[in-house]
Design a protein around this ligand. Structure first.
Ligand code: AMP
Length: 194
């Protein structure tokens, strides 16, 4: 594993512990010799983690769409900043450059990015781990909802198990490194059920 894509809020969150968690995760990536791939902005937790990775001597690669260069303030102090035409190309490039995906606390944008790579793992489009950094239990309500989708027969347990969950950056990185993708027979299963 060489690079980890981190999805995170374009806001700082209501409490300082979120920025502290972003810094701690940035340091953990550098310690594990992993490059950061992220949305390329300077705002919110995005900017916090990128600054920390650069300050710790690591590699931070940003991918930002033209429209957002001003809005999210394209970070000029990165190892690489790629400006791409649109959101779809941003997500594709971030995914192509990365060996794992981690969502930190964030809003609708972060959740959208998380669910795209989670559903693509489920369909077998990639075999890379998908994770949430569960800072102060931020993702507990989402994990509970996902368990509910399993209990109610809308998701197989093995697909739920794709999602790696931990509040501790080092432990989470260990889980990413040990991850093995499940066999994806989602459509075969569905056909058998028809
Ligand atoms: P948020 O979690 O809403 O603060 O957004 C975090 C990041 O997700 C920001 O860089 C947004 O530009 C990005 N984002 C917002 N909406 C989308 C979307 N539909 N697809 C991909 N990225 C998005």
């Amino acid at each position: 594993m060489k690079a980890v894509c981190v999805y995170c809020g374009s806001s700082d969150g209501a409490r300082p512990l979120y920025a502290e968690a972003a810094r701690a995760f940035g340091r953990a990536l550098v310690k594990a010799d992993l490059a950061l791939v992220y949305g390329g902005g300077k705002v919110g937790l995005m900017g916090v983690i990128a600054d920390e990775v650069m300050a710790a001597g690591g590699r931070a690669i940003g991918v930002i769409p033209e429209l957002l260069v001003n809005k999210e303030v394209g970070h000029t102090g990165l190892t690489e900043l790629h400006v791409v035409p649109d959101m779809h190309q941003r997500k594709k490039m971030m995914a192509d450059l990365s060996d794992a995906f981690v969502a930190m606390p964030g809003g609708a944008g972060t959740l959208e990015e998380l669910f795209e790579v989670f559903t693509w793992a489920q369909l077998g489009y990639h075999q890379k781990p998908v994770a949430v950094l569960n800072t102060d239990g931020f993702y507990d309500p989402l994990v509970a909802l996902l368990r509910h989708t399993v209990d109610e027969g809308f998701m197989q347990q093995k697909y739920f198990d794709i999602l790696q969950i931990d509040a501790n950056p080092d432990v989470l990185i260990g889980k990413l490194q040990r991850y093995r993708a499940p066999a994806t027979d989602k459509w075969a299963q569905n056909r058998a059920a028809v």
